[in-house]
Design a binder for this molecule. Structure first.
Ligand code: AMP
Length: 215
């Protein structure tokens, strides 16, 4: 049976956003990214966005209670299926999420972990631009040949994400190793973790994910 309640985990620039788009299109599963929600809130200057802005810029993690508010609000608008990209990032978030799902009488079907070596992360990051309008990650050389070109998805202006720099990335990697890797153990113990080699062509990664979801 097709799996319909999914998580996408992995280090920065592991391709979570790209694969979330694929899953949403291929299976019609609504997806969101907690990072993208926080960036949108920051851009609109909401109290929540303002709270999160500094910590994001420095490459740290936003507070668990703030993230849980965001996820809970989004989930109430979903029916039976969802895909969360970049959540949970701490064991505390994973535990709260477990309670949240239990209260809704739902169970997670699959947690996909995209694994990529650090060398690839740094290379991808140096080529990554983000659209100021639609929020999509755009790769220099693959999607556009110059940063001044408009977003191929919506025509918006492209920019380098405030946390896509060497200093913030070093912190994001440290947070990932310390706080997020234990989340993968959490789902491994629950028997729903699938490790996928993300250091391949986008299409190869997508086909493996497709097979996992079709289960
Ligand atoms: P992302 O777009 O997934 O790379 O997330 C960008 C930034 O948003 C992260 O580096 C964190 O500062 C923050 N963020 C996103 N999701 C979470 C989460 N689940 N828990 C804590 N912070 C998060």
């Amino acid at each position: 049976m097709v799996k319909k309640r999914l998580l996408l985990l992995g280090p920065p620039a592991s391709g979570k956003g790209t694969q979330a788009d694929f899953i949403q299109k291929r299976f019609g599963i609504p997806s969101t990214s907690t990072g993208a929600i926080l960036r949108a809130e920051a851009k609109s200057g909401t109290p929540l966005g303002i709270k999160a802005q500094e910590v994001i810029r420095a490459g740290g993690l936003a507070a668990d209670d703030l993230i849980m508010q965001v996820v809970q609000a989004w989930l109430t608008r979903m029916n039976g299926s969802f895909l969360l990209d970049g959540f949970p990032r701490t064991v505390a978030q994973a535990e709260s999420f477990d309670h949240l799902l239990k209260a809704r009488g739902q169970e997670l079907d699959l947690a996909i972990l995209l694994e990529v070596p650090e060398k690839t992360i740094y290379r991808r990051m140096s080529l990554r631009l983000t659209c100021t309008q639609c929020g999509k990650a755009i790769s220099l050389g693959r999607h556009v040949s110059d940063p001044s070109e408009p977003c191929p998805n919506c025509g918006g202006r492209l920019e380098i994400r405030a946390d896509d720099n060497q200093m913030a990335l070093a912190r994001r990697m440290e947070e990932y190793r310390k706080k997020t890797l234990p989340v993968t153990d959490f789902y491994e113990r629950a028997g729903i973790l699938a490790r996928v080699n993300g250091d391949r062509e986008i299409e190869a990664v997508s086909s493996e994910i497709e097979r996992l979801i079709e289960g």
